[in-house]
Design a protein around this ligand. Structure first.
Ligand SMILES: Cc1ncc(COP(=O)(O)O)c(C=O)c1O
Length: 433
């Protein structure tokens, strides 16, 4: 069987070499049917290659209903330029789908429909660029750009560093709390002292709910309470909940991020956990912010307060179809399964390797794993490759001390089978014998 697969794999690749990899733009194309046949072969090839669950990759297959929505409407290739979430007239099907999806999420977060709006993004990177951009403009009235900085920790997603580069905002590093691998009032206090010493007077602060590496959550409520007692701190906060924004509202029915006046926007992805095909994210924000970045568009009956120009209407229709078909209950069920898999993995790995350090949050489907039983905390390369794992050794700056660690990230998505957890543990155990 393995021989046959290899044969098939090499046949596909030689076909590809012959037909597509000549580094030229072909004078005459190969035509529709040969191209379709090639694409079919490639899709079989991919199916044969992915034999094991990839624990480290945040990639889930598209849900059937979302794939169906793409199939039905893709030919129309809708463009969603502009922002339709607060418009009550001139809706076409795709604009209405975006409006409905945005307002479904506002209600999931118990937000106020008349003072909150949003749009469908290409993902959390765009949501973070949007948030930093609006934050910079919001603070600009009181502070010159040179006196504003963004506060980041070692765990903050690199897209925020990218957003800082694009918007020209300098970065100040703040430590992590060692108990929670996250931000809390104490570390913020230290961070602000540091930033003020460096000459900054106003701050942009992303809270993360679901750090990519560990799944841990910043204590955004505690920090907002601290800020309410410190009116001397000029700050603009938003929440990057790329992954946990799709789980926390379903687990905790009293999750209300916008109740907090310091939270200006909320970033979430539906293409990580959620079943939506890429690209599919959302940014929700307080409507009063829009004026800071709004642009007149001379060729559509709509202003634009988004990061991109043209946006795919397909993302809107697929997300709306997902919400409609699954509802809150189906997501709750899926999350319960993912959390059970994560607990099973933790029990099993601690049983096989009791020195293993696990960093996670009870409500998160991600965990960070430090394999202290392996030299340099590194597991064998073959196991890394087989199960989609990867980690570098890095220094993490905690409030008490620095630690050099290699942290592997694990995501327990709905398609993670228990047998794969058993298989991974068996591979790890036999590599140590
Ligand atoms: C916390 C966090 N923020 C932002 C992003 C960027 O998301 P995207 O790649 O969908 O833009 C990720 C991706 O893993 C993430 O985990």
């Amino acid at each position: 069987m393995l021989g046959l697969k290899k044969l098939f794999h090499s046949a596909v690749h030689s076909a590809l070499w012959r037909n597509t990899q000549k580094n030229v733009f072909p004078e005459k194309g190969i035509g529709l049917y040969p191209t379709k046949a090639l694409l079919r072969l490639l899709s079989f090839d991919i199916a044969l290659q992915s034999q094991h669950y990839q624990f480290g990759k945040l990639i889930a297959p598209s849900d059937d209903v979302a794939a169906f929505a793409w199939n039905v409407f893709l030919k129309q290739n809708p463009n969603q330029m502009g922002n339709w979430s607060q418009k009550s007239s001139s809706f076409d099907v795709f604009q209405k789908a975006e409006h409905n999806a945005v307002h479904a999420f506002i209600s999931l977060l118990h937000g106020n429909h008349s003072s909150t709006e949003g749009y469908i993004t290409s993902g959390a990177t765009e949501g973070n660029i949007f948030s930093l951009w609006t934050g910079r403009e919001y603070l600009r009235h009181a502070y010159p750009k040179e006196r504003v900085c963004v506060l980041l920790s070692d765990l903050t997603h690199y897209s925020i560093q990218k957003a800082a580069d694009i918007t020209g905002i300098p970065v100040v590093q703040i430590p992590l709390s060692s108990s929670g691998w996250s931000l809390d009032p104490q570390v913020l206090h230290v961070g602000i002292r540091r930033a003020r010493k460096a000459g900054y007077g106003a701050f942009l602060l992303p809270f993360t709910l679901g750090y990519t590496l560990t799944g841990t959550n910043d204590d955004h409520k505690g920090i907002c309470h601290y800020l309410s007692e410190r009116p001397d701190i000029h700050i603009y906060c938003w929440i990057d909940a790329a992954l946990n924004g799709m789980t926390l509202p379903f687990i905790n029915s009293s999750f209300r991020p916008f109740k907090n006046p310091y939270v200006h926007s909320f970033v979430v992805d539906a293409h990580k956990f959620g079943g939506a095909p890429y690209p599919s994210g959302l940014v929700l924000y307080r409507s009063s912010l829009k004026k800071h970045i709004e642009r007149f568009v001379p060729y559509i009956p709509q202003t634009d307060s988004t990061v991109l120009g043209s946006r795919p209407g397909m993302s809107a229709i697929a997300l709306w179809a997902l919400i409609l078909s699954k509802g809150r209950r189906e997501y709750q069920k899926q999350i319960a399964v993912c959390l059970a898999q994560k607990r099973y993995f933790i029990e099993k790995i601690l049983c096989c390797f009791p020195k293993t350090e696990i960093v996670t949050d009870n409500d998160s489907i991600t965990c960070g794993v430090i394999f202290h039983s392996f030299p340099q905390q590194k597991i064998p390369v073959l196991i890394e490759r087989t199960f989609g794992l990867w980690a570098i050794s890095q220094t993490y700056h905690f409030i008490e001390k620095n630690r050099k660690l290699r942290v592997y990230k694990f995501h327990f998505l709905p398609h993670c089978p228990k047998q794969e957890i058993d298989a991974l543990c068996a591979h790890l155990v036999s590599s140590r014998n």
